[in-house]
Design a protein around this ligand. Structure first.
Ligand SMILES: Nc1ncnc2c1ncn2[C@@H]1O[C@H](COP(=O)(O)OP(=O)(O)O)[C@@H](O)[C@H]1O
Ligand SMILES: [Mg+2]
Length: 344
């Protein structure tokens, strides 16, 4: 049996290798040698990438660790490395990896997502045209519109805002998916950023009879990051609060500074609403893609379920974290903690 098995493995067209955690290649089948030759220094890195920073072999055993495959680029082609099995009862723990050439598949996926991103992006132009027109008509105080028409135009404006939000979320999401999501290194003045985010939603809030206020500590330090992405994250949070807070509600946006001795450690931004709240059981799922709870929005239909996922990606890309505290029927507080990096 022991002599048949390697011979059989050589007949399989899939490249297979057994690697020790030292990077030592203990076995490779014929398909592997044909594809990669005898020199495969990248193999150790591939295995490590699958397991993350926790030590690559341990990573394989982590329950629920879902990243058991990784893409590796070798000689201009892309291979998907899959873990087949691990052997730990030796002096050198080893793992068997199988490699599939997925170059064509990845190229097709890239083309598809570029195309989607382009189309979605192009939808924004005409939509802002529509929004501008509606805004202009609604702001003309001289024209006496029948109140029925005013209501209809307000409704059209509301729906076009929703559509703009959906478009922006899909765009951000596709950027995150394709890996072209990088954070700029601008100086970010948090209070000014919050003011801008609030201003852009103030008219929506007052139309829905919701009070939107903000309060900041003094001397909030600047942080380094992307003004645009952080603004988008705050807008996402306030938009959620607007969706899930009834008339006469309150939304407050605030900043606090966390200090460690004399030095500032982090800026904490909170978006708190007096809305319907979130069930305790739903809270840890909120930041997953496409996740929505049974909560019914007070205005407009459903969203994409991508908003909070995007917020989390943005905040984490800034080295921060996002948490939520919520009581059903009382309200929700979203808390963003952004580290202040000291000048080196
Ligand atoms: N402030 C909030 N109050 C109550 N529920 C919320 C709040 N923010 C988010 N949620 C819940 O979390 C879900 C996910 O939010 P999000 O990812 O922004 O997706 P979407 O807004 O497209 O539904 C929402 O559908 C809602 O059920
Ligand atoms: Mg949302």
């Amino acid at each position: 049996m022991n002599t048949i098995a390697p011979a059989l493995l050589d007949k399989i067209p899939v490249a297979i290798a057994v690697v020790a955690d030292t990077g030592n290649i203990q076995y490779r089948n014929q398909a592997f040698t044909e594809a990669f030759g005898l020199d495969a220094k990248w193999l150790k890195d591939a295995a490590r990438a699958v397991a993350g920073e926790r030590g690559w072999l341990q990573g394989f055993f982590l329950a629920g660790s879902d990243q058991l495959t990784t893409d590796v680029e070798v000689n201009g082609r892309i291979y998907r490395a899959d873990k087949m099995m691990t052997v730990t009862d030796r002096t050198e723990p080893t793992v068997a990896l199988a490699f599939e050439d997925v170059t064509a598949q990845r190229q097709a996926e890239q083309a598809k997502s570029d195309f989607t991103a382009q189309i979605v992006h192009d939808l924004r132009g005409p939509l802002s045209g529509i929004q501008g027109t509606l805004e202009f008509v609604l702001s003309q105080e001289g024209t006496k519109l029948d109140s029925m028409y005013t209501d209809l135009l307000n409704e059209a404006q509301r729906e076009s805002e929703r559509m703009m939000n959906l478009i922006n979320e899909i765009l951000d999401f596709s950027k995150i998916q394709s890996g072209s999501f990088t954070v700029e290194k601008e100086e970010v003045r948090v209070p000014a950023l919050l003011k801008r985010a609030i201003r852009s939603l103030q008219s929506v809030a007052s139309r829905d009879e919701i009070v939107l206020v903000s309060a900041h500590g003094r001397d909030v330090p600047q942080i380094v990051g992307s003004v645009e992405k952080l603004t988008q994250a705050i807008i996402n949070l306030i938009s959620n609060s607007l969706k899930f807070t009834p008339k006469k509600g309150l939304i407050s946006v605030g900043t606090q500074i966390m200090r460690d001795g004399d030095a500032t450690d982090a800026i904490v931004i909170t978006v708190t609403d007096s809305g319907m709240g979130i069930k305790a059981g739903d809270i840890n799922k909120l930041f997953d893609k496409y996740k929505q709870t049974g909560n019914k929005s007070f205005r407009g239909g459903g969203g994409t379920g991508l908003g909070l996922y995007i917020v989390k990606q943005i905040v984490e890309a800034h080295g921060g974290e996002v948490t939520v505290a919520s009581v059903e029927g009382i309200g929700t507080s979203m808390v963003l903690k952004l580290p202040v990096r000291r000048a080196a």
